[in-house]
Design a protein around this ligand. Structure first.
Ligand code: SAM
Length: 335
């Protein structure tokens, strides 16, 4: 299918609109859903015509209409007309890097407790999916600083964010570069409220994030594998400037709802990513020693990851480092 321009001189694309209510206007994103549930996302342009093998729909027939109408092609195929939700847009938008899935984006905003007016640091921007959620959550008084080290991905992110939110966003700075090395030049020390990391090696950014976060600030990371989860948790512990890291994951199971046939759907997305969060301690604060005993062998001879200063040596029985069994050294430093 195509979204064909008018036969006359091509009209410039109208400025995208961020408003997501009221009658449909030029510049609005609209999602057309065919009887098989397939989605087509178009931007409304006066004079333009949406074409598919099922027939054509004139944009002019949609402009001025409310959302939630059914528009029918001359061959009688009905399309449901609605503005796409952020979750629809994220799953259909152009991608550079893999996106944060909508269920996880919602959880990240909640776990990071992103509030209107907050300053949020993010890396990598990737395709801009999570950026859209963060910008919405901080609102017009907030600031989101997104780092992306690949310029091609940064352009994809910019395009997606501006297409969904309706043009350039005053509170958004997109920096092409590595957060680990560039954050200090953009965000003053101890001024960021939240930091969100979605990248292969978030542990490389722990020092920069610790510098940028205000006391009580939250870092949330989204990682795909248990090995990443473990390495990041231990790096945060060894750094010593954070509270105990907490890990979680979210499984979303959709349900089939039909008469008496009410049951979980047969298919679900089994795995997307793990979430890890921790809070920035005030400067000089020493986290009280943990009173719970690590699992037997947790830091045994096979463990080769980051290690808090004064921690048990590989293979040493718990408590052999002079600490009461199971306690964590009070002021760890990076190995
Ligand atoms: C999985 S993607 C992020 C997807 C993004 N959160 C979204 O929802 O669209 C990971 C991105 O992190 C970028 N990246 C990795 N390490 C980085 C770093 N240290 N600083 C900035 N960007 C980084 C990569 O180039 C990649 O585009």
């Amino acid at each position: 299918m195509t979204d064909a321009p008018p036969a006359t001189a091509p009209a410039p694309l109208p400025t995208p609109r961020g408003d997501r209510h009221g009658p449909l206007q030029p510049g609005d994103l609209v999602q057309l859903t065919d009887p098989k549930g397939r989605h087509h996302t178009i931007t409304l342009v006066p004079g333009r015509v949406f074409h598919s093998h099922k027939g054509a729909l004139a944009h002019d027939d949609l402009i001025g209409q409310p959302e939630g109408i059914v528009a029918t092609t001359p061959s009688g195929v009905p399309y449901l007309v609605l503005r796409p939700l952020l979750r629809d847009f994220v799953l259909s938008m152009p991608r550079g890097a893999t996106v944060v899935y909508p269920k996880d984006a919602a959880a990240i905003v909640g776990l990071a407790d992103v509030f209107p007016g907050a300053t949020v640091v993010e890396a990598g921007a990737g395709s801009g999916a999570l950026t859209c959620s963060l910008l919405r959550a901080v609102g017009p008084a907030g600031r989101v600083v997104s780092f992306e080290r690949r310029s091609d991905f940064a352009e994809v992110a910019r395009g997606n964010v501006e297409r969904f939110l309706g043009g350039p966003q005053a509170g958004w700075e997109l920096v092409v570069g590595d957060l680990a090395h560039g954050l200090g030049a953009v965000v003053a020390a101890a001024t960021a409220h939240r930091a969100v990391l979605d990248m292969l090696a978030p542990w490389d950014c722990v020092d920069a994030v610790a510098e940028a976060l205000a006391p009580g600030g939250i870092v949330v990371a989204y990682v795909a594998t248990t090995t990443q989860l473990s390495r990041l948790a231990e790096t945060l512990r060894a750094d010593g400037r954070f509270t105990e890291p907490e890990g979680s994951e979210l499984l979303l199971r959709t349900w089939h709802l039909e008469g008496l046939a009410v049951r979980p759907d047969h298919r679900m997305t089994g795995h997307t990513g793990f979430l890890l969060s921790a809070r920035r301690l005030a400067p000089g604060t020493v986290l009280p020693a943990r009173r719970t005993r690590p699992a037997k062998g947790a830091y045994g001879e096979d463990y080769t990851g980051p290690r808090a200063a004064g921690g048990a040596e590989p293979g040493a029985p718990e408590g052999a480092d002079g600490e009461p069994p199971g306690t964590r050294p009070a002021r760890p430093v990076l190995p």
